[in-house]
Design a protein around this ligand. Structure first.
Ligand SMILES: [Zn+2]
Length: 47
């Protein structure tokens, strides 16, 4: 399991379709909204 850094929700990385790659690391998210938030400002979430 993986934790969505934006909203803190637990994500099943096999099920989610929202994945963002940051510096070679895959970040799994619950929604497009969270993905957009993270893409805009990864530093805010410590990434
Ligand atoms: Zn989320």
């Amino acid at each position: 399991m993986f934790k969505d850094p934006v909203c803190g929700m637990t994500i099943d990385e096999k099920k989610t379709q929202h994945v963002l790659e940051l510096g070679g690391k895959k970040i799994y998210l619950c929604s497009t909204a969270c993905k957009d938030q993270l893409a805009k400002n990864p530093k805010k979430y410590g990434l």
